[in-house]
Design a binder for this molecule. Structure first.
Ligand code: HMG
Ligand code: MG
Length: 284
């Protein structure tokens, strides 16, 4: 087992997207700057989605325009369609992400189209990204459970993950959107996904609703996954996944990994301080 893990910090995007009251752009920018100081190699900073769907991310252009220049961190943002990617191009972002689902019902609620329609849409996004040398990450949501229809078949997760790889995504982040996964369901899901996508191209994205995210990370680690998404202070939730809580807290993931002798490159003291600031941004 290699002794390094990359933590993809989600706080400014997944962490804040569900806050009811608008978080000032200056506070979002301070959060990102503080996270850069902690040593994160990758930070998801914004979403170029419809502001009618997710008002909290309406200032994506302003946030991205104020990103620190020459930072050691790479910055990413969500782009749900060509319109979103067009907004993101030329802003200095290092990568973008498309987000599909293994659940038809969640796909409809989250991005207002079927899984097949989303893949067709993402084909156009990936084509335009390729022309602009922009790396694209792919998410698959609801990899174990859907908030609307319950348990999800591992074969469906594998199908959508492989489709995103075939479109050109460099990595697939497997989202336990509502935090209902267990080591057993995560392992079953990984059995199917690892048949079609190698562990080096997978990431784990666990929400903490049931308090089992760290166990699920441990299960994924033992299957070779070395990239995990988390949010400082455990901020967040998805507006289209009712009842789901935030990503697993970055502080908990870093403590767990360091305890296992696995390096992350994150300064834990600085991270604790950013965690305290992140919690002040919570409005509900
Ligand atoms: P739609 O309504 O089906 O699309 O939305 P549309 O093309 O008919 O557009 C509707 C309106 O939005 C139009 O404006 C468009 O111009 C505008 P109007 O004419 O009514 O004034 N519009 C845009 N504006 C700005 N930027 C854009 C854009 N696109 C359209 N890119 C759409 C379809 C996908 C746009 C919408 O459903 C949407 O924005 N959804 C995003 C939902 C979202 O952000 N969810 C949270 C992130 S996903 C997540 O959290 C899960 C994850 O963390 C992993 C996990 O945990 O599982 C990633
Ligand atoms: Mg999420």
């Amino acid at each position: 087992m290699s002794d390094q893990v990359l933590i993809f910090e989600m706080g400014p995007r997944d962490g804040l997207q569900n806050e009811k009251q608008f978080v000032e752009t200056a506070d979002k920018v301070k959060l990102i700057n503080d996270l850069v100081d902690c040593g994160f190699r990758k930070i998801e900073v914004a979403s170029f989605v419809s502001p009618k769907w997710v008002p909290q991310m309406a200032d994506a252009e302003d946030v991205v325009a104020q990103l620190p220049k020459g930072a050691s961190s790479k910055f990413a943002a969500l782009t749900p369609n060509v319109r979103g990617l067009t907004r993101a191009l030329g802003t200095g972002l290092d990568e973008v992400a498309v987000f599909a689902s293994a659940s038809e019902a969640f796909s409809q609620k989250n991005i207002n189209c079927s899984i097949e329609e989303s893949l067709a849409r993402y084909q156009e996004v990936l084509d335009l990204a390729r022309e602009n040398d922009m790396p694209v990450r792919g998410y698959v949501s609801c990899v174990t459970d859907c908030p609307y229809t319950g348990a999800i078949a591992p074969s469906e997760v594998a199908r959508v993950a492989k489709a995103l790889i075939d479109l050109g995504c460099y990595e697939i982040s497997l989202g336990d959107t509502i935090g209902k996964g267990t080591p057993e369901t995560v392992n079953k899901m990984l059995d199917a996904v690892l048949d079609v996508v190698p562990a080096e191209r997978l990431a784990g994205h666990f929400h903490e609703t049931s308090g089992r995210a760290i166990e699920n990370i441990a299960a994924s680690l033992s299957r070779g996954v070395r990239v995990f998404d988390s949010s400082v202070g455990g901020l967040g939730g998805c507006p289209y996944a009712p009842g789901a809580s935030g990503n697993v807290a970055t502080e908990a993931v870093v403590a767990f990994l360091h305890g296992q002798g696995i390096e992350t490159g994150i300064d834990v003291d600085k991270l604790a301080e950013v965690g305290r600031f992140a919690k002040t941004l919570r409005t509900d």
